[in-house]
Design a protein around this ligand. Structure first.
Ligand SMILES: [Zn+2]
Length: 130
């Protein structure tokens, strides 16, 4: 049985993560990573939590507070890694190239009667079309 969609937290395992892409961001080093859920599960195991994956992400950050290359700094900068989708209750907005075609609210039903000609339906096209 598929559990109902949950709001992800750092305790959420990949098995229960509700969306296809897991996004990682850092406040300081501007690193960013979007990983496919299936790829993460295949590599790290489906019982890996988002918090553990964040630790892995932090480990590759130049501001990693646990790096042996850095001296301990009580007030120094630390990695600001986070998952923008933790705490989010709806699916993340995907870049068009990853999201494919999507339905946009409105269209024909929203045309006003006074309008003479039908406007072409708005659509979102993935990628740059090349
Ligand atoms: Zn960082």
């Amino acid at each position: 049985m598929i559990p109902p969609p949950t709001t992800p937290s750092t305790e959420t395992t990949l098995l229960h993560y509700p969306w296809i892409v897991v996004r990682f961001r850092c406040h300081y080093c501007e690193r960013a990573g979007d990983s496919r859920l299936a790829a993460l599960a295949a590599r790290y195991g489906m019982n890996t939590t988002l918090g553990e994956l964040l630790d892995i992400f932090v480990g590759r950050c130049p501001w990693n507070p646990h790096s042996p290359l850095r001296k301990p700094q009580k007030y120094g900068m630390k990695c600001g890694a986070y998952c923008p989708d933790i705490g989010r209750s709806g699916p993340p907005d995907l870049p068009p190239a990853m999201g494919g075609l999507t339905l946009i609210d409105g269209g024909k039903a929203e045309l006003l009667p006074a309008e003479r000609r039908a406007k072409p339906a708005r659509r979102r096209v993935g990628g740059d079309g090349s």
